[in-house]
Design a protein around this ligand. Structure first.
Ligand SMILES: Cc1cc2nc3c(=O)[nH]c(=O)nc-3n(C[C@H](O)[C@H](O)[C@H](O)COP(=O)(O)OP(=O)(O)OC[C@H]3O[C@@H](n4cnc5c(N)ncnc54)[C@H](O)[C@@H]3O)c2cc1C
Length: 388
């Protein structure tokens, strides 16, 4: 190990590995620090992702593809089902392997990786971040860097240490729980979503297939709802009603920041990427692909800044992210706020109306248009995302 690095990345999730890889590809020295013993484990994720989202960065490999997805099934409270087919457009991942492969790609580009390295502070001089403090095998250490990229996930502290405003309102933090269960007989190429107050008020419930008769089953609800009734009790009810004897292989709980990106995601010597920057898609709660995009932009810009010896170049990251996805997430957030709080009757009506549309015209855009037919301002937003 060196005494000093050009760039240090904190956290080896999808955002961190992409940041490390894209920075290393610029020919600068990069170290990625991960607190856990293994990259990619424990997994706290439903693992659903769009094909284009991941294939921008990594060639598909059956070792990390647990299921190929070609349909959405949207289920309303009265039991009506609306199915949208969209060709071979998604995956359910085996993230344990996927995250590992992303870290390997960063290493192949020249980044060093150190696991069991718990970052517990930043080095700051004259208001500029210039390195990290971390604990490694019981020893407290320090390392200098020209740029630190905080990709330390939803519970991120790096941004706060650097003085960035990372506060998230309770209502915007989705409380999620999930089990991975077997003996689940569902279509292996369909992502199932359930809406309504008995499933997941103000959020949604999901069943994502994960190979032969195995599935990730879970839900996310707003922190405000979760305060009154836990997401776990909704999950337990669902399992008792639908899969009472399914063996549960794993159970997890975690938060998803279902909101727009932080106002500021860079400052002298510091950048944030992935969940740490709140780069999750607020409508779906998906943060794998968007975190990879955020990480790749942060890594590239950090590498360029070092190479050009222009420290302030990292401040262009906010705009670059906003143009690539941040702006789109603002629209998604408005759509989310318009949809997720619908009463049950409205979800039922949407499913009924959608099912009257001829099969060949049942697209995701048409579904949102049906949902928002009485909300013209949001319809314009939907058009921007799905049609224009
Ligand atoms: C229940 C649930 C279901 C989800 N389902 C989906 C889904 O189906 N599809 C989807 O796209 N997204 C989903 N998400 C969201 C997705 O998991 C995250 O958006 C994604 O993992 C973000 O990637 P990241 O690299 O920013 O953070 P993470 O993947 O969380 O990685 C952060 C890394 O930083 C490390 N770290 C943290 N602190 C430190 C420290 N101090 N020092 C060193 N290392 C540190 C952590 O150990 C971790 O490895 C789900 C989330 C939850 C909770």
């Amino acid at each position: 190990m060196q005494n000093e690095y050009d760039i240090i990345v904190v956290g080896a999730g999808p955002a961190g590995s992409m940041a490390a890889r894209f920075a290393a590809e610029q020919g600068v020295s990069v170290l990625m620090l991960e607190k856990d013993r293994d990259v990619g484990y424990p997994v706290r994720c439903g693992e659903a992702v769009s094909k284009t989202g991941v294939e921008e960065f990594i060639a598909p490999d059956e070792r990390w593809i647990a299921a190929h997805i070609n349909k959405f099934s949207l289920n309303s409270p009265d039991g009506s089902e609306a199915v949208v087919e969209f060709g071979d457009a998604g995956y359910v991942l085996e993230r344990r392997i996927f995250d590992y492969e992303l870290a390997k790609a960063a290493a192949a580009a020249g980044a060093e990786v150190l696991t069991r390295a718990y970052v517990n502070g930043l080095l700051i001089e004259d208001g500029k971040v210039c390195g990290v403090k971390y604990e490694y095998r019981g020893e407290q250490k320090e390392l200098k860097a020209k740029v630190v990229i905080g990709a330390d996930g939803v519970e991120s502290r790096v941004g706060r240490w650097a003085g960035l405003k990372t506060h998230i309102h309770f209502k915007d933090m989705e409380c999620c729980v999930q089990v991975t269960a077997s003996n689940i007989k569902i279509d292996p190429g369909t992502l199932y979503f359930y809406f309504g107050k008995d499933y997941a008020p103000g959020g949604y419930f999901w069943i994502f297939p994960k190979g032969k008769e195995t599935a990730n089953i879970g839900l996310g609800i707003s922190g405000m709802v979760g305060k009154k009734r836990s997401s776990l009790s909704y999950l337990n009810n669902f399992m008792e009603r639908n899969f009472p004897s399914a063996p549960v292989l794993t159970s997890i709980a975690g938060g998803v920041p279902g909101t727009i990106t932080l106002e500021k995601i860079s400052a002298p010597g510091i950048m944030l990427a992935g969940d740490a920057a709140r780069q999750v898609n607020p409508l779906s709660g998906g943060g794998i692909a968007s975190g990879m995009i955020g990480g790749s932009i942060a890594g590239r810009i950090a590498g360029e800044a070092v190479k050009m010896n222009k420290p302030n170049h990292i401040l262009t990251y906010d705009k670059a992210w906003h143009e690539r996805l941040g702006k789109r997430h603002e629209v998604f957030e408005r759509i989310k706020n318009g949809i997720y709080n619908f009463p049950d009757e409205k979800f039922n009506k949407i499913a009924h109306s959608f099912n009257k549309i001829p099969h060949s015209k049942r697209t995701l855009g048409r579904l949102f248009t049906t949902a928002l037919v009485n909300q013209p301002s949001l319809l314009v937003d939907v058009a921007k995302v799905f049609i224009i």
